[in-house]
Write a protein that binds this ligand. Sequence first.
Ligand code: FAD
Length: 367
Amino acid sequence: MAQNILFLAHVDEAGMALPKAAFEALGAALDIAAQLGSTLTIGLIGESVQDAANSIAATGARILGVSGADFTYPRYASDAAAVAAMFAVASPQIVLAPGTSRLLRVMPGAAHRLQGKVDTHITSLDIIDGALSAKRWFYRQRLEAVIQRDARPWVLLLDSGCHQAWAGSTAIADVQVVVVPLSATAKRTVFAGVRTPNSSAQTIRPDAKLLFVAGAGWGKKQADGKTHLPEAETTILDFLRNSGASLGGSKSLVDQTAEDQAVLGFMTHLNQVGQTGSTPRHPKGLSTCCHGEEPHVVGWRFINERRAINLDPNCGWARGKADVLYVADAFRVMAKLNSLLAEKARIQEDSRVDVGKADEPVPIGRT
Ligand SMILES: Cc1cc2nc3c(=O)[nH]c(=O)nc-3n(C[C@H](O)[C@H](O)[C@H](O)COP(=O)(O)OP(=O)(O)OC[C@H]3O[C@@H](n4cnc5c(N)ncnc54)[C@H](O)[C@@H]3O)c2cc1C
């Protein structure tokens, strides 16, 4: 039986575009719709959805939109009402959506209201023996499950970084407006602002090519018998700025921050990678001053190329957990790397200025 698919997404915090995760999940939704011979409907939520709709109009799918000031910010009651309204228009058997924090909060509850089933953190979708099958990891990414369900509607939230993002040219989309009347109760929660962790720098960058992980060694006494925390902070922040890497931390290091010990001020539990931390996806990873113990290395499950710097040639990374282990002082290696990156940036800046000069218009008619 052909199954209608509803793909849901929301516009990003700037209020215009769709997040990258939405283009990836849309790519997966289009693949599955083609394989199942299904009709795909797209549902968008946000203050204004026209620009976002234009960016995906070339998919040729029907686009529904719930918009207005009440839908600018994530709020369970209004987002759940928007999902239910678009569900009523599209009558889908399958609902696919990117696993953004906004949709992860609303979709499980919305699925329950729609008397459906929900699965989150899906890493891939396939058709096996004619049936939709979803994969996800369990037990901190150690076991992979393949899930099939008879229950419909089936809501699936897809993790980012797992599917090629859909790309196409912009066109004017014909958005079918879905009006969602909200009761006073649904508007009871008011968006007050965004409070970020005690960090002056934006250190978690899911789309970065490199994950840079700092371990407790950065705060340990070094060869001179002293700790070098200010130097560690500057070295790491310079590297993040120069390289655009995302910052991870070992549990030992982030725990020290929480215990108010003098450690790296910008490191929080959100940075923790591992069994009790996160499992980010990046093409490359560099671990520094960190032992490479199993509970920590679990967080490296989806890092394709792993390198580590440790003074100890017998550290855990040496036992086959890293592709390359540099037995070296991370303070010195990172300082050298920072100077090479600064030099590279200077050369790029110089060549940009030279091109700019060459492009300057030649004054005409002046002597
Ligand atoms: C149930 C459980 C769950 C856990 N979950 C997690 C988790 O999610 N994430 C996690 O990270 N850990 C987790 N852990 C803790 C984990 O087992 C390790 O204790 C922790 O990861 C070790 O952190 P570390 O390597 O930073 O510190 P350490 O083990 O103290 O290692 C510091 C390293 O720095 C090196 N070093 C020092 N100075 C330098 C220098 N100048 N240059 C280069 N190297 C230097 C030292 O040689 C040493 O190897 C968990 C543990 C348990 C029991």
